[in-house]
Write a protein that binds this ligand. Sequence first.
Ligand SMILES: Nc1ncnc2c1ncn2[C@@H]1O[C@H](COP(=O)(O)OP(=O)(O)OP(=O)(O)O)[C@@H](O)[C@H]1O
Length: 601
Amino acid sequence: MSTVTLIKKLWPFVQKYRQSLIGAFILTGVGALLAQVTPLVMEYTVNTVQDILDKKKQTQQQIAWIVGGLVLVLFAKEIINLLVQLGQKFLSDRLRFRLAADLHNYSIKRMVSYHLSFFALSQNQIGKLEKRIDKGIESLTKTVKNLFVDIVPMFANALLALALMYKKNIWVGVCATLIMPLYALISREQSKRQKLIRRNIQQFREEKANTLFNLIESIFVVKSFVREEYETSRQWKLTQQLSDSEVKHHRTNYLFDGLKSIAEQLGVVMVFVVTIYFVLNQQMTVGAILLHLMLFNNVSAPVRHLHRIYDEYSEALTYAEGFFDMIENNSYLENSQSKTINHWNLVHKSFAGTFEMKDVDFVYPNGKQALKGVNLHLEAGKTTALVGLSGAGKSSAMNLLAGFYSPTRGEILLDGKPLTGYDPHWIRRNVGLVMQKNHIFSGTIEENIRYGKLEATLDEIVAAAKQASLHEQILQMPNGYQTEAKALSGGQQQRIAIARLFLKNPPIIFLDEPTASLDAITAEQIKDSIDAIKKNRTVLIISHSISQIMDADQIYVMQEGEIIGKGSHETLYEAGGLYREIIDSNARTLNIGRLAATVLG
Ligand SMILES: Nc1ncnc2c1ncn2[C@@H]1O[C@H](COP(=O)(O)OP(=O)(O)OP(=O)(O)O)[C@@H](O)[C@H]1O
């Protein structure tokens, strides 16, 4: 990313802090002027002292005036300088923290508005994203701060000092300027070598954060397979690669810093020799020696830090690129963000709830084709079931209908209109989803159920928990509805998701194995509650439970991403094939003959 691009991208965030920016620039100018005071005062003092010594008739009063004046001027300058620096730091810090908060909020806003396919990309795994956001914001805000506290003040100071040197004597100015190309050359070479190392460091850091996330997330699996050592050595390898790159980075720095120090000393010697020459030829006063050396110090200070500044800046550019790529990825933006689409839901405020998939292919970002030429019809007010072996593409089809992903080919219609023409938020507001993995947030049971309807009263929450057959168990918990939801069993967590659905009470219901983790009695209770809510609503259900499948008005059978059959339970069973195999094997698993003998007597 170039500097111009970075400024263009940052400007919308920075522009509302224009006043702080202007204030910082004014203080920078004042600071640059103040930095030249000491060399000038020193020159004046040395020359005056030399004058007095030459005349050999100094009085105590003269000495007191010189010393007092010197102390006073330098002290006053330091006080003003301190105030200027405090002002600069305050303004830049304020800008930095506000900017960090704005960038953070904006990145979260963007991220949550992306399609799920964005999160399915390997470079967007949770740990990597977290690192990219953190490092991106940190280096961007650090750059802004450095600009006002380091870069601009130092360069303003250097330019003023150089101008003064030229004004005093053109040859001294030339000497001070001569080391610049040498310095720039060394710094450029240093940065060239560092660029690749820095990229590696960034990737290793993201990878490390991601592995750590995964490790903590899968700690149960790690422990149950006694893979602690294996995981530790995986982490160790990554850390080792990272630290190798970091050592290499610093080693290169030391080498080039040494070269730059030699270049700087060369500059000092040149300025010194040329000034001595002019002093000896009586074209300059003795005070000029001190003045020129001090001014040269002001000139070389930013040059001395050039590489560090460049280094931090290049790092910021690398991270900024990753950060802006992430937050400006419009191709993954859901169309609810689009201002140009006149969403169907705004035109036709009511809807029937008929879904249709026409010749739909779907390929995940990793290249896996999950759906091939799928044709599906969910009739409004009816229940449709999706049946098939594991990995057949049932959940993928449901995710597409809910607008989480877009088809790779073909189209999906809602009430005869393309799904892409609807606001996905509106669709999801009307669809109640109970997914295979029921995600519970850190927080209480009450907060978790309330997620289905944020403004729900406690009575409504309790009613929903009762419908989900969870209320009695919640009451037995140490803190009732205030118990941490993460502490619930798998089946209880699933019922939280079902309670959310009852609370939301949507016209369309998508259920992906809603009773998979439940015991038989609770499953039956939930089935009854779901049967009650199902009436006159469009329902899509994925289930391996015969009873839930049989009840559906229409059943689709899926195999390897394709629809291989549709119809009622009876017609599909009679037709034979995969559906019959599934039902028969279900019956065998249940040992239905023996079961019937014991249950029916
Ligand atoms: N996020 C993903 N990225 C890549 N491939 C995926 C993703 N999710 C699912 N798949 C793949 O797509 C195919 C269909 O998966 P899907 O979850 O739709 O099947 P399913 O019929 O619902 O299976 P199950 O009954 O086991 O839940 C599988 O081969 C799976 O590996």
